[in-house]
Design a protein around this ligand. Structure first.
Ligand SMILES: Cc1cc2nc3c(=O)[nH]c(=O)nc-3n(C[C@H](O)[C@H](O)[C@H](O)COP(=O)(O)OP(=O)(O)OC[C@H]3O[C@@H](n4cnc5c(N)ncnc54)[C@H](O)[C@@H]3O)c2cc1C
Length: 450
């Protein structure tokens, strides 16, 4: 074995330690969403069967000098090193994937290595669900401890706001439960604090009644970009935000054709085939061959569409949406800035292989009001806002430096436009952030009103 950590771990956890070029090791490596995570090579991968295995793991790695390790759930965080490691040990908790429901069906207890779709499928026969990831292949562990935006967020807040208990293995290897009456500080810190506080092995969530949902995919021609941004701003800035509405509007730039495409993914958490909140958006001319509106259940809706592994870059910002006109003016300005910058970018900085996407999601007060007391996020609940996710994707590793440089430059340019209009807010959403963004410093409301 190449690392002393792996030999000692194999003694303490027989049959749970997997070396390079074994089937289990290779399957974990292949399961990462981004290429830059998948190409890292740990000396071994450990798959625990229980919290007590995780406790044994922690007591071994903390007793050996330089036994670095990474924690992996479903591997959807894009940045290299978030959930994988070169030379150290990767703790792959996807084996902790059980979901059970309490006798009165009000609490679902979920292993943090589970993918959301497995959770939804298990709870479906009870007519219950939880406010988890929209994409079912994402992991319960990473999404929840980074916050978690679900279709139900305007009703119940971030996914972490619906967690009533975390079972955690601490650095001391003790297994504890953090909740409103025990280890309250840790309970609050895990709601957005990420993997800094221990290995979370199980989360107990409050459940919701399931009803079929309205699910739309609405593609618009690029010459209607400003109309779409106006319709999105009207939804995001509404004082009487409809708590059943959850939408992602994305503008994607194709570096080969230098053209834009628009996709809106509007959802409604009731089986209403024609919710008024989407009336303006659905009246904009759309590409009918691609557009669909369906009523679906959450398990079907959460199926991840096939997506090839690529190099990926995420950046996020938060902008205030105090009125529909100010939000729509800013978004239009940002679109023109991106269009000019990307269309004129030197080919070495935006080669054809790279695609760029700006996604917009409402962050109304209805949503943030659930986060105020119980988590460390400290969000301002007095104004509607929106979250941006700016992404780059490419296949050729030699483009990574140029793509990262350009992505960060464009993100700063967008923030400067928001700042000039007084709409830039400090909050950086953990699960969408780049390594260059100081997420934890953005918590607690200190920079929200700036
Ligand atoms: C296709 C796609 C769709 C997405 N959809 C959504 C969405 O609908 N809503 C949303 O809010 N976000 C979404 N995200 C972002 C997503 O929440 C983050 O990427 C999240 O970190 C992924 O969690 P994971 O467990 O799959 O990832 P991993 O890469 O396995 O883990 C992410 C981070 O969490 C840590 N971690 C994971 N489990 C534990 C644990 N049990 N204990 C301690 N630390 C742990 C890891 O060390 C790592 O740093 C999406 C991302 C992608 C790529």
């Amino acid at each position: 074995m190449s690392s002393p950590c792996c030999s000692v771990l194999a003694n303490h956890l027989p049959h749970r330690v997997f070396l390079p070029d074994t089937a289990r090791y290779n399957a974990t490596e292949a399961s990462y969403w981004s290429t830059q995570e998948a190409v890292l090579s740990p000396s071994c991968i450990v798959q625990p069967e229980s919290s007590s295995d995780v406790s044994k793991f922690i007591s071994v790695v903390t007793s050996i000098t330089n036994c670095d390790f990474a924690i992996k759930s479903q591997g959807h965080a894009p940045a290299a090193g978030f959930a994988n490691i070169n030379d150290g040990v990767t703790l792959d908790i996807t084996t902790l994937n059980a979901t059970t429901i309490s006798d009165d069906h009000s609490i679902a207890s979920v292993g943090t290595g589970s993918a959301w779709t497995e959770v939804y499928r298990t709870l479906n026969p009870y007519n219950k669900t939880v406010a988890g990831g929209r994409n079912g292949a994402v992991g319960v562990g990473g999404l929840t401890i980074g916050g978690g935006i679900s279709y139900y967020s305007p009703q119940v807040g971030f996914t972490c706001d619906t967690a009533v208990n975390f079972e955690v293995v601490l650095a001391s290897s003790e297994i504890i439960n953090a909740n409103a009456t025990s280890h309250l500080d840790l309970y609050r810190a895990l709601k957005g604090g990420g993997n800094n506080f221990g290995v979370v092995t199980r989360i107990d969530f409050s459940t919701l009644e399931t009803v079929p949902l309205f699910a739309g995919h609405l593609f618009n021609p690029a010459n209607h970009t400003e109309d779409v941004l106006r319709a999105f701003a009207n939804i995001a800035a509404a004082h009487d935000y409809d708590v059943h509405a959850s939408i992602v509007t994305s503008l994607s730039f194709n570096s080969t054709t230098k053209t834009w495409s628009i996709i809106n993914v509007p959802q409604y958490t009731l089986p209403n085939p024609n919710p008024p909140v989407y009336k303006e958006l659905s009246s904009i001319p759309n590409i009918t061959s691609l557009t669909s509106f369906e009523i679906q259940n959450i398990s079907t809706l959460s199926a991840e569409p096939p997506y090839p592994q690529k190099h990926e870059l995420f950046h996020t910002s938060t902008y205030a949406a105090p009125s529909n006109t100010s939000a729509s003016t800013l978004l239009t300005e940002i679109f023109h800035y991106l269009n000019t910058s990307l269309s004129n970018a030197h080919p070495s900085y935006s080669p054809p292989d790279i695609s760029w996407t700006l996604s917009l999601e409402p962050l109304p007060t209805a949503f943030t009001s659930h986060s105020h007391k119980d988590s460390i996020l400290g969000l301002n609940t007095s104004e509607n806002a929106l979250i941006t996710l700016f992404t780059g994707s490419w296949t050729n590793a030699t483009l990574s430096n140029a793509a990262n440089d350009l992505g960060r430059k464009l993100w700063r340019g967008m923030d400067q436009l928001a700042e000039a209009r007084g709409l830039l807010r400090g909050f950086r959403y953990y699960n969408y952030a780049d390594v260059s963004q100081d997420v934890l410093a953005s918590y607690g409301g200190r920079t929200w009103g700036s």
